[in-house]
Write a protein that binds this ligand. Structure first.
Ligand code: PAF
Length: 279
């Protein structure tokens, strides 16, 4: 695997490649990321991964400085997956001057749910994703469904800008006890790790209630928030939304069987976990 840190060198290396499959990451790779690499391989060749902890998507009180950086271990994992190029630019390479041109997602998608609790987050994500796409020029790019809203926002961006990159969704990779894999799981203490799968259990219970015909969405959300809070979590939101646009379903949508997803974010100790489940 070639490890490339400069945009120019990356372009030289990938010149003429028409079927590049790209997986952008922030590193600290786990089995979930590796499943994205395998999916990428099924959709294109060569597979290119990137590792870049993108300051633009972190708020001033978030974990940019302490975000786990494990390049050597990541390289070994990517090599085993047959990744052709790892693009791992420095901040100076990707942002040689202040990034004043940014991509701002529409408010009704970018400022709800994650965007409400992490102002500016999605602008940071779309800006770096567009820039990485412009460096790699992939035909396909793979994003995990665990970041459900991110996936939708990137997909809409690609569509609205007519980018020549198809966005592929990968299923969430879970530990045996149901916890969605995330680099932030490494912040959990042993006790918190044992508690963490409760989030997924709760999502399943909410989904079961909806499937069973309980359609008072507001009441289901309220009960779910209270249940997590009762176990010592600090939930930001647990919300039943339409899969199509992440807006709350109307009574008509519910009656007509509109496809739904339940999305959640909650803090366990100092660690903020997110998860979702399609209903
Ligand atoms: O999901 C992530 O790891 C990041 O948001 C991404 C897509 C690599 C952009 O920095």
């Amino acid at each position: 695997m070639k490890i490339i840190t400069s945009i120019e060198e990356l372009r030289d290396q990938l010149r003429g490649q028409l079927r590049t499959a790209f997986v952008p990451t922030m590193g600290n790779l786990h089995e979930g990321h590796l499943s994205l690499m395998r999916l990428a391989r099924r959709h294109g060749d060569p597979v290119v991964a990137s590792i870049f902890v993108n300051r633009l998507q972190f708020g001033p009180n978030e974990d940019f400085d302490k975000y786990p950086r494990t390049l050597q271990a990541d390289v070994e994992k990517l090599e085993k997956e047959g990744v052709y190029v790892l693009f791992a630019p420095t901040e100076k390479e990707l942002y040689p001057e202040p990034q004043e041109y940014r991509v701002r997602p529409p408010d009704d998608l970018g400022n709800i749910l994650e965007g409400e609790f992490r102002p500016g987050f999605f602008t940071g994500v779309t800006t770096v994703v567009l820039k990485l796409f412009s460096c790699v020029q992939p035909r396909v790019a793979v994003f995990g469904k665990k970041d459900y809203q991110q996936l939708m926002i990137v997909r809409n961006m690609a569509k609205q800008f007519a980018l020549p990159t198809e966005i592929i969704a990968a299923e969430t990779w879970r530990a045996e006890d149901g916890l969605a894999l995330s680099s932030r799981n490494s912040y959990l203490s042993e006790q918190e790790r044992a508690e963490a799968p409760q989030l997924y259990r709760l999502l399943n219970d909410v989904a079961d209630e909806v499937r069973g015909g309980h359609l008072d969405v507001f009441e289901l959300e309220r009960k779910a928030m209270a249940r997590l809070a009762g176990r010592g979590w600090k939930p930001d939101y647990i919300s039943i939304r339409k899969r199509a646009d992440l807006q709350p379903p109307s009574a008509g949508d519910l009656a007509n069987g509109e496809p739904l997803v339940v999305v959640a974010a909650a803090r366990l100790g100092n660690t903020r976990l997110i998860d979702n489940l399609e209903i």
